[in-house]
Design a protein around this ligand. Structure first.
Ligand code: SAM
Length: 240
């Protein structure tokens, strides 16, 4: 039975192309989310986006255990450019990494690059799990895209491939660094691990001209707090 009018449509990220009349076979997990978690039924409204074709009003055409068919009907928001803001972060414990991925997605990051530094304690991530967290955060925050999440790599490898055209603001605690300046939207933020950057990391950072050391204030923030604060400051000055 259709839900009452006025119920907020569920936003769903889908992979296939979207256009008027396109039908999408959603994966089992999405069918479960729609039917069991959100208790939606055939005929209920949904909002669909895929990161390329804008956002579409649509509805649930069929819903059964493990399967949902969705119909795209009307374009409600054309695709537009989103901030070109990257977050490079030293891999943290599982829960804190999850939090960084979720908050960075909400804060508009286009790429997440987990790195290994001198004092990084974790070495692995579950890529599918992080992708699912990013999708959920993109759906919730009304973004039109889901950020790309790179494989974990050592910091030196990421720096070696970094473009000179993109400033990388390295959050360094306890140094007399400048605050985050106004920047254009092509930027990156680097945040260290729970134990902070080591001497070798700092030496490595000092060898690249695109690295701009910055302070986030006098207090020592947890790494996940530093990521959120740094991204919010960059957003406030440039990436809206
Ligand atoms: N446990 C380390 C210590 O006491 O020396 C502090 C590391 S801090 C928890 C983790 C990361 O957050 C740092 O590597 C840095 O990137 C960032 N961070 C924390 N507070 C900061 C601040 N006030 N300014 C700049 N970066 C900061």
């Amino acid at each position: 039975m259709a839900r009452p009018m006025g119920m907020t449509p569920i936003r769903l990220h889908v992979e296939p192309p979207l256009s008027a009349g396109a039908t999408i076979e959603a994966a089992a997990a999405r069918a479960h989310y729609l039917g069991t978690v959100m208790r939606r039924s055939v005929g209920d409204a949904v909002r669909l986006f895929n990161g390329r074709d804008g956002e579409w009003d649509g509805r649930v055409m069929a819903l059964s255990r493990g399967k949902a068919t969705l119909l795209a009907e009307t374009l409600v928001r054309p695709q537009h450019d989103e901030p070109d803001l990257w977050l490079v972060f030293a891999l943290l414990k599982r829960d804190t990494t999850d939090m960084v991925v979720q908050k960075a997605t909400e804060l508009g990051v286009s790429r997440l690059l987990p790195v290994l530094t001198e004092r990084t304690n974790a070495a692995r991530v579950n890529a599918d799990r992080l992708h699912a967290i990013a999708i959920e955060a993109a759906e919730q925050s009304e973004r039109l895209t889901v950020p790309a999440i790179h494989a974990v790599r050592p910091l030196d490898q990421v720096l070696a491939k970094w473009s000179d055209q993109r400033s990388l603001y390295a959050a360094l605690e306890r140094d007399q660094q400048r605050p985050l300046p106004r920047v254009d939207d092509r930027a990156g933020l680097l945040v260290g691990p729970e134990g902070g950057f080591g001497a070798r990391d700092r030496d490595l950072l000092s060898r690249h001209d695109f690295v701009r050391p910055v302070s986030l204030g006098r207090r020592i923030l947890r790494a996940e707090t530093a990521a959120i604060v740094g991204l919010a400051l960059l957003q406030a000055s440039s990436c809206g």
